[in-house]
Design a protein around this ligand. Structure first.
Ligand code: IFM
Length: 441
């Protein structure tokens, strides 16, 4: 088992969440719908038709959640901002009541000694933009995202020291625009490629706006997901499929964002979407690399434009409730790889596991699957540091159980259990175990 002394004294312990997955209050105080409100309310799109309408009601219960962070000894909390709560149409008019919520949250965090880390986009695009043809497949979204970044910088920049643009661009681009199992439910090769490039351009424009509007002390980064892309078989076709998946999912964002050049496979696919000067516009020096990582992924060849399809891990390997392969050595190798390749200090901004653990007869929530997973993955992080990776912090996914997108409320990722009927919060055994690592228990 890992122990507190395996980590340096200044190692940052935190937890991550996302607006649509926890806030609820979907129609309160002027918030307008996002693409996820539309998608989750469309019959057949989420498990049991579940939605984020109420979720963890964090909008009203954030003080309770922040108190739990403090008690666990967490030094930081990464949350995302709901764009349509603060700018209902995604452009133009600002919703003061929505901004007030993030003021309250940030003030509560600071009052409890928890550093706020703000993420501008965790998948909940304002529906009005999508409906006007100004979603990610449109290049016209770039200045709108920069304006939104500027709004948040001006409002919270005096108190929020760490900022990230996009959470897991590789995931929302592929699941939302290529295979359509996430919002907005588009299945289109060209929309996928357009999204990749426009998100990158939006990142670059937003970082420049953040640098202009934030104090010089602000730390700005991005949060890509990187996970080993493995072929489903030894065939050449599946090996090629794994390389294509790797290019689109793992490299599509960090290569231009951190290195200023698209990977050759991506470059060929994007073609003349890349205009002169685009790569320079995407590339601005960043202060950290936020890595989200859970497992390796598997690819097999497909006969369509994509040339690959994601597929299940091989028979017999250890998997989680999500069907993801548990492979701590893949995490270690990924940490070493991103630290060496992208050259920025790495913070693990998401890692964790889903289970279905609930309260026992004594009311306690025992989640041994999570403790075992976290222990092994944190052991891999320690190995990566020993191998020279510059990993400075770890944010568990997630602070509380929450709305797991198309899978509704069934998978529980939290170190804190939520009883969705009563909104009662119960710290799980993993919460107490993590508190031991932070030194709080
Ligand atoms: O819940 C998600 C989160 O929104 C993004 N990263 C992976 C998590 C678990 O699937």
């Amino acid at each position: 088992m890992v122990t507190k002394t395996d980590f340096p004294a200044d190692f940052l312990w935190g937890a991550s969440t996302a607006s649509y997955q926890i806030e609820g209050a979907h129609d309160v105080d002027g918030r307008a719908p996002s693409i996820w409100d539309m998608f989750s309310h469309t019959p057949g799109k989420t498990l049991n038709g579940e939605t984020g309408d109420i979720a963890c009601d964090h909008y009203h219960r954030y003080s309770e959640d922040v108190a739990l962070m403090k008690k666990a000894g967490l030094g930081a909390y990464r949350f995302s901002i709901s764009w349509s709560r603060v700018m209902p149409e995604g452009r133009g008019a600002v919703n003061e009541a929505g901004l007030d919520f993030y003021d309250r949250l940030v003030d509560e965090l600071l009052a409890n000694g928890v550093a706020p880390w703000a993420c501008l986009y965790h998948w909940d695009l304002p529906l009005a933009l999508h409906n006007s043809g100004l979603g990610w497949p449109s290049r016209d979204i770039v200045p709108l995202f920069a304006d939104y970044a500027g709004l948040m910088a001006k409002r919270l920049g005096d108190r929020v020291g760490h900022w990230a643009t996009f959470n897991e661009p590789g995931v929302f681009a592929y699941l939302g625009y290529a295979v359509g199992i996430h919002a907005p439910g588009i299945r289109d090769y060209n929309a996928w490629l357009d999204t990749i490039h426009n998100v990158n351009l939006s990142h670059g424009a937003a970082v420049r706006r953040l640098r202009a509007d934030l104090p010089a002390t602000a730390r700005i980064g991005a949060v890509p997901n990187v996970q080993p892309s493995l072929p489903a078989s030894g065939s050449e076709a599946d090996k090629r499929a794994a390389a294509l998946l790797d290019a689109g999912w793992n490299r599509g964002f960090p290569e231009p964002v951190y290195l200023g050049r698209y990977d050759p496979i991506m470059r060929e696919q994007l073609g003349d979407r890349i205009r002169p000067g685009d790569e320079e516009a995407i590339h601005t020096k960043l202060d950290f690399f936020g890595l989200n990582h859970y497992s390796p992924m598997y690819a097999k060849a497909s006969g369509d434009d994509f040339g690959f399809r994601m597929t299940d891990p091989p028979e017999g390997v250890e998997t989680t409730l999500m069907g993801w392969h548990v492979l701590p050595s893949g995490f270690r190798d990924t940490l070493v790889h991103v630290s060496e390749r992208y050259g920025a200090p790495v913070y693990v901004t998401e890692n964790g596991v889903a289970d279905e653990a609930g309260p026992g007869p004594d009311g306690k929530v025992d989640d041994p699957i999570r403790v075992s997973y976290l222990d092994r993955y944190l052991g891999a992080l320690v190995e990566a540091r020993t191998a020279g990776a510059d990993v400075r912090g770890y944010f568990v996914w997630s602070m509380t159980d929450n709305f797991e997108w198309a899978m509704g409320f069934k998978p529980r990722f939290g170190i804190t259990h939520i009883d969705y009927a009563t909104q009662k919060r119960t710290p799980k055994s993993s919460y107490h175990w993590l508190a031991g690592l932070t030194g709080a228990a």
